[in-house]
Ligand binder design. Structure first.
Ligand code: M6R
Length: 363
């Protein structure tokens, strides 16, 4: 039931602090500030992690690639299932393959998993539906604990996937000797703090709603991000397209000069995911480049970033300061709210957008 909410999507966005708390508590020990071992999962001898999914699930995989790389020095290959299964993928000794799916019934993801299993690769399923086909057929299930997701646009399943992936990356870091005790504890403490920070992020809803009204009248919107914020920009664009039917594109900020900057014209909304992280100055220079060409820049940032961008971005949404692992969770909630409120202004069918099904069981 929707309770006080107008749509399931709105309800599911607001459930996220609880959902990510539940998922992190499943994988991490809040007394030891460590992640639990998972029987049958050993990253020590892994030579590579292959991650496959569709849509939002694939974007969660893309974000985690940065974590497995920097926390565990584990090479990650991410692909969308419909491409992976038909490109005659190369499997190597020591590969582990992870399949991400909310429904556990997505046809392409299931077939990609069957391909990996036939090649003798260990198959992990990161699924939200415990009795689904993908869960049944995988060698090992790593659950997300989002609860049933009704809105066609994935929200809480995505952040639940990110929470679980963050814990798996910490586990891989420990297994592979790249995180010491204190570093592991630091990551776990930040993940345990994420529900509280997300509550604060969701409090920005009023400001986001005001910006949404303005965006609703534009035919095109660009999203920019760097590093782990790049796949989040892709997810943000997908969310807006799905429910508001506005054409949206996500780009890596560093790609601007390789083409997309030609699109910038007076008033074009450019939404930049800009936490004050190690690459903030580079993101800031992208903001300057598009703003000087007339774009209406909406920066989603944190308090330190907001101070730096004062006068440079036309609009600023300030979220609480997160960490490498928690920023995508917080920033996801802001871009979800933005897409949601644009769709509400446009009067679309938010929970059942045209042409889309919740579960894509045929290719
Ligand atoms: O059930 P799955 O996670 O396998 O679904 C994958 C995609 O179909 C899904 O994420 C889709 O992109 C959503 N509508 C995104 O909001």
């Amino acid at each position: 039931e929707k309770g006080n909410h107008r749509h399931f999507m709105e309800k599911e966005i607001h459930e996220q602090p609880e959902v990510i708390g539940r998922t992190v508590s499943h994988y991490a020990d809040a007394f030891e500030n460590s992640v639990h071992e998972i029987a049958g999962l050993d990253f020590r001898s892994a030579s590579r992690l292959i991650i496959v999914g569709c849509g939002t699930a694939a974007y969660a995989g893309e974000i985690s690639r940065y974590w497995f790389g920097s926390l565990a020095r584990l090479a990650v290959e991410v692909d969308i299932a419909s491409e992976f299964r038909y490109r005659d993928p190369v499997f190597l000794p020591g590969d582990i393959a992870l399949f991400i799916s909310q429904s556990g019934e997505t046809a392409d993801t299931l077939e990609a998993m069957r391909l990996a299993a036939a090649a003798g690769v260990q198959t992990l399923a990161l699924v939200n539906t415990p009795h689904s086909t993908i869960a049944r057929e995988a060698s090992l299930v790593v659950p997300t604990l989002a609860g049933p997701e009704i809105g066609v646009a994935s929200t809480k399943a995505f952040t639940s996937q990110l929470s679980a992936l963050a814990c798996l990356a910490v586990l891989a870091g420990r297994h592979r000797g790249h995180l010491d005790r204190a570093q592991e504890a630091g990551h776990v403490v930040s993940l345990l703090a994420s529900p509280g920070l997300m509550v604060k992020a969701l409090e920005r809803e009023g400001e986001i709603e005001a910006l949404a009204q303005e965006i609703a009248s534009h035919p095109t919107v660009l999203y920019l991000g760097r590093n782990q914020n790049f796949p989040l920009a892709l997810e943000a664009a997908l969310k807006l397209k799905e429910i508001s039917y506005i054409h949206a594109e996500g780009y890596a900020a560093g790609e601007l000069k390789h083409g997309p900057i030609a699109l910038i014209e007076e008033g074009l909304p450019v939404i930049v995911i800009a936490p004050h992280d190690a690459l903030f100055d580079k993101t800031r220079s992208s903001i300057q480049q598009v703003a000087s060409r007339g774009a209406h820049v909406i920066a989603i940032t944190d308090p330190e970033g907001a101070r730096a961008l004062e006068g440079e971005a036309a609009s600023i949404i300030t979220l609480p300061k997160g960490s490498q692992l928690t920023n995508p969770l917080l920033f996801a909630s802001a871009v979800q709210l933005l897409a949601y409120h644009v769709a509400v202004y446009k009067g679309t069918d938010v929970d059942q957008p045209r042409n889309l099904a919740k579960s894509v069981t045929v290719e």
